[in-house]
Ligand binder design. Structure first.
Ligand code: KG4
Ligand code: ZN
Length: 353
């Protein structure tokens, strides 16, 4: 399914040099292309691969095949919506990693050939840096964080706390040792019989339930790292035990179970975030990734703003989930710094920030 997230933007003030970046993202199960004019997004097209729903998770081989089918129409649509000709492009930015190898290869080879054909610079982008620099996309009423700040990236593939000192000076302070937080949500949803991805549904039911009804254990993980696999196992055993006693247990308690899961997960995230603030004395928090849509984490951040004087930043939701606009903003800053890539560059499934 294609959807255009951003209305067409016609720049009326032409900067000294107008930079047009075509950006391509294909690290997981979203094929996306965007066009940026300097730091503004003029189109951002995302083709979400529905095929994985019936498997309850992303199937890597199916993802790369779907990227192959989607990439040409998605790029074409991004250029058409932006109303620019490919000859106007200044550079092509693409996600080099981290991600699924087969998926990354599609975007990487496409970007390399297009840059070569147009004889314009090629710019490789680290997907995790892009989630953070998405905060620098120029948007009305969307203030940008000042350096240094802390970034919390929470999605189906990532859970990290990062110290961001500058655009390209970032340090991971903590990350998950096993499942990502979105995975914990989706696996909990699966245990409860909810369709994939379960995260948004668990959030919806959670808002109607009692968060303290079923206490789940919090993992004991050192430093600023996270672990979610133990929580998933304890939810599974709890549900198995209760449904043996009462087969209708889930149906009767769905809201309270979801609220209790959400309370535990948000508690884990906020504990670590508070610890990171204490360690660094930085109270500017920028969040990104699909789980930043979660009402529990949003409320917890609002409370921390009020009670602990934090400043929190959440980009527009379309720039939180996987999208090419965030790849484009990194492309823009790298273009300005002439941080170009050579044609022999290859995709990198494991790629540190
Ligand atoms: O960033 P994203 O679109 O893709 C990657 O995983 O990289 O994030 C998707 C994840 C899924 O695990 C989904 O269940 C979760 O974000 N998610 C949520 C909510 N909305 C999306 N989890 C909890 N509450 C939500 N409201
Ligand atoms: Zn991502």
């Amino acid at each position: 399914m294609f959807y255009l997230c951003t209305p067409i933007f016609i720049p009326n003030v032409v900067e000294k040099e107008t930079i047009y970046i075509l950006a391509i993202e294909s690290s997981c199960d979203d094929t996306s292309a965007a066009v940026l004019c300097n730091d503004k997004v003029i189109s951002n097209v995302v083709a979400t691969q529905k095929i994985h729903e019936e498997y309850g998770g992303v199937v890597p081989e199916l993802a790369s095949r779907a990227h192959q089918q989607n990439i040409v129409p998605v790029v074409h649509q991004a250029l058409t919506k932006a109303n620019i000709d490919k000859k106007q492009l200044s550079a092509i930015a693409f996600t080099r990693g981290p991600g699924l190898m087969g998926s990354l290869l599609v975007g990487t080879s496409f970007a390399k050939s297009m840059a070569l054909g147009l004889d314009i610079p090629l710019i490789e982008v680290n997907h995790m840096q892009a989630h953070i620099l998405a905060h620098f996309i120029s948007e009305k009423n969307c203030p940008k964080p000042d350096f240094p700040f802390l970034a919390l990236t929470i999605s189906g593939g990532h859970t990290q706390i990062i110290l961001v000192k500058d655009y390209f000076d970032m340090k991971i302070l903590g990350e998950t040792l096993d499942d990502a937080v979105g995975e914990a949500y989706d696996k909990s949803g699966k245990i409860l019989g909810l369709p994939y991805p379960g995260g948004p549904l668990v959030d919806t039911y959670a808002q109607l339930g009692n968060p303290k009804k079923f206490p789940f254990p919090r993992p004991k993980v050192n430093d600023l790292n996270f672990s979610f696999s133990g929580l998933k196992t304890s939810i599974l055993y709890f549900i198995q035990r209760e449904t043996q006693k009462d087969p209708d247990f889930i149906k009767k308690n769905l809201n309270d179970i979801c609220a209790s899961i959400q309370y535990t997960i948000v508690g884990i995230l906020m504990d670590k975030l508070k610890k990171a603030v204490k360690q660094t004395d930085i109270k500017q928090i920028a969040i990104g990734g699909g789980v930043s849509a979660n009402s529990g984490i949003r409320n917890a951040l609002k409370n921390a703003e009020k009670n602990d004087k934090w400043s929190t930043y959440i980009p527009k939701f379309e720039y939180c989930t996987d999208n090419a606009a965030m790849i484009g903003i990194v492309g823009y800053y790298k273009y300005k710094g002439e941080m170009f890539s050579k044609q022999d560059i290859s995709a990198k499934a494991r790629y540190a920030i």
